[in-house]
Write a protein that binds this ligand. Structure first.
Ligand code: WT7
Length: 648
């Protein structure tokens, strides 16, 4: 059966990238990359225009990735100052509060003023070029000011998602030796306060690295502890500092930010992005993927604590002089119609969200959607995990009234921005397909033995990328060896994504999900090893193995097999305590869905846990357990299957 396809609507026939233009540009980006990228680089304002385009090697002894190396620019200038002349009075950011009565919009001129002051506040507390600044903020405009202020003075921000625990913040402060933290008294989500400043205090206490200064934004006015000499109120400092702050000239390869992300082993890695290539990629993909037009109101629902928020709330849209909406709340507060209410209220044209949100809202039926005017919408986007065709169709038909293309954008924290996505004016859509590579991107498939699969025709395997693109991460902060091991050692000469993919007969790419031990919970990335290490840190736990299993709303749920110390019987309290343990070590997003106590785990005779079997049991695919005769104690499997059935 031929796949269902959705044609390019009439309203996108005059899009920036038409089918013909896509073909020409893609071919040129591969055949003449230097010329292609030199032209694309013109979208940025350079203090010194780069002459060199790229210098890249994925080789073990010589791993380096450099783009526009001799160029000089400032990312904040590109996102703010350069628009003042032509867009000074245009809305740069719209803030929509958790409470629907609260909203606020600022122009590019106001943004400039806020960011310059914020930058001077950072200087006043001692921040210098190259210093790492940890940003632990709610979704308020000051989060964007803080990021841009860092970029303005050449400091490197490390945004930590506001849902992470004090332990998680402490680990990140220690890893990048961050002397400074920017936070708020409280965040608010779904009407409830989140004690951000308290979490920062606890994190600083636990961190081995000494934090010198904390800049605190007053958001809710909640009472917070203040440490004299260390803590500073933003609203007080703002009155003291100068309104003028010249942007620092930065080399294209100077670091812009670090963002921690989970992998299949060990602690989260600090993904490092640099200034020129990243900004170009964020701006270029924002323009092409979303067919950006001057009058658009762009709403990406992600949190700035994730890369999606970095690239598509802050850097991409602002570099393009767009109007970007930042939403503090959650999709279901005060009611399940909140998203659509906001769309109507601010006349959103481009809406970008995650499949998990779509699935959750789909369960609420069509009424909450249909009661709001969505005539302003022209384009919808999806990101974070594979979108199932049912959710895709609901998004397209119900939310978009069949009129708005849905761009399913595949990318990663490591890639800086979109790598595989349909372009709304260039490609017919197939529900669930990430579709085609962005300019300059060369996806390829390899089998488990490392053999490259043919470059055309139908194929399925592990997804790798041949060659580099400007938005690629440059290193794992402080651990270049780990950068090599994680991404370049599996299939030497290529970047391994950790995802599986299929290319169909029409050349469309379909992402099939992670092939490593990384979970995707509601579009949030989590390593099974991190959850395991949180579990075994509990004094009652002897051993733990964590796998994912299909979850109707979250995409994947967290399934934990736990062996307690000898002689201990599990109780409901133990289960609750273990869940709490994981929440407090990582954060609420890591809360286990199922804890399955077992006296032992299936292991090979050499003592290796057979995760493949545990995964199949968690998925309920008992018929696919394969050969279990090589296990040290094959009978464990039967008892685990029994235990799983009881939990279904
Ligand atoms: C992983 C990256 C990219 C920003 C948000 C997540 C999965 C992401 C898609 C998509 C299928 C997707 C992949 C990827 N993923 N987008 N459109 N279709 N899978 O960033 O936390 O770095 O996670 O998310 O598995 O490797 P991240």
């Amino acid at each position: 059966m031929a796949d269902e396809r959705v044609a390019i609507p009439q309203s996108f026939k005059d899009a920036r990238i038409t089918p013909e233009r896509y073909r020409q540009m893609y071919e040129r980006s591969i055949a003449e990359p230097a010329a292609f990228w030199r032209e694309e680089a013109r979208r940025l304002d350079w203090i010194k225009t780069p002459e060199k385009v790229s210098d890249v090697s994925f080789a073990k002894d010589d791993l380096h990735i450099r783009w526009f190396e001799d160029g000089v620019l400032n990312a904040c200038h590109n996102c703010v100052d350069r628009h003042l002349e032509t867009r000074g009075n245009k809305t740069a950011l719209i803030w929509e509060g958790d409470n629907p009565a609260y909203h606020h919009a600022i122009t590019y001129r106001q943004l400039h003023n806020h960011v310059c002051r914020f930058a001077n506040e950072l200087k006043a507390i001692g921040v210098k070029k190259g210093d790492r600044v940890t940003i632990y903020m709610p979704m308020i405009l000051e989060a964007a000011y803080a990021m841009l202020a860092c970029a303005r003075i050449g400091a490197v921000h490390s945004v930590v998602f506001g849902g992470f625990s004090p332990d998680a913040i402490a680990g990140r402060i220690d890893d990048c030796k961050s002397d400074f933290v920017v936070t708020a008294d409280q965040g608010v989500r779904g009407g409830k306060g989140i004690a951000l400043k308290d979490n920062v205090d606890a994190a600083i206490e636990r961190a081995s690295h000494e934090v010198k200064a904390v800049l605190v934004v007053k958001h809710t006015g909640a009472n917070v502890k203040f440490v004299a000499g260390r803590d500073h109120w933003h609203h007080e400092l703002a009155l003291e500092v100068d309104a003028r702050c010249d942007p620092e000239p930065m080399a294209a390869e100077d670091p812009l930010f670090i963002l921690y992300t989970s992998g299949s082993t060990g602690k989260p890695k600090g993904v490092l992005h640099t200034t020129g290539g990243y900004l170009l990629w964020a701006a270029m993909t924002h323009e092409y993927t979303f067919d950006h037009r001057e009058e658009d109101v762009f709403w990406c629902t992600a949190d700035v604590g994730w890369v999606t928020g970095h690239s598509y709330i802050v850097y991409g849209p602002l570099a393009n002089g767009a109007t970007s909406l930042m939403f503090e709340g959650v999709p279901t507060y005060p009611g399940p119609d909140r998203f659509w209410r906001v769309v109507a209220k601010h006349r959103v044209t481009t809406f970008y969200t995650a499949p998990t949100a779509i699935r959750a809202l789909m369960r609420q039926g069509e009424e909450p959607v249909k009661k709001h005017d969505r005539s302003s919408l022209r384009l919808l986007g999806s990101v974070g995990e594979p979108i199932n065709p049912e959710a895709w169709r609901w998004y397209h038909e119900v939310v978009g009234e069949g009129r708005c293309p849905v761009v399913d954008t595949w990318w990663q924290t490591e890639t800086g921005g979109h790598l595989i996505t349909p372009l709304p004016g260039a490609h017919e859509l197939k529900p669930g397909a990430a579709s085609f590579p962005m300019f300059g991107v060369r996806p390829a498939l390899v089998d488990n033995g490392g053999k490259r699969l043919p470059e055309t025709g139908e194929a399925e395997g592990n997804l790798v990328l041949l060659g580099s693109w400007p938005g690629q991460m440059r290193t794992v902060y402080g651990d270049h060896q780990r950068f090599y091991e994680t991404y370049f050692s599996t299939y030497p000469g290529t970047y391994f994504t950790g995802d599986g993919a299929r290319r169909d007969a029409d050349g469309y790419w379909w992402i099939t999900g992670r092939v490593d031990d990384v979970l995707n919970i509601s579009g949030h990335r989590l390593g099974t090893a991190e959850v395991e290490s949180a579990l075994v840190a509990h004094p009652l736990v002897a051993e733990a193995a964590v796998v994912g299993f299909p979850h109707e709303v979250k995409g994947q749920g967290i399934y934990c097999y736990v062996t307690l110390n000898a002689g201990l019987e599990p109780t409901q309290e133990t289960e609750a305590e273990l869940k709490q343990q994981v929440r407090s070590e990582i954060g609420a997003i890591a809360t286990p869905d199922i804890i399955h106590f077992t006296p032992s785990l299936p292991k090979t005779r050499s003592g290796k846990i057979m995760r493949r079997i545990l995964r199949k049991i968690a998925e309920g695919r008992y018929d696919q357990l394969g050969d279990t005769s090589t296990l040290a104690e094959p009978e464990v499997v039967d008892s685990l299957v029994e235990g799983r059935k009881e939990r279904l």
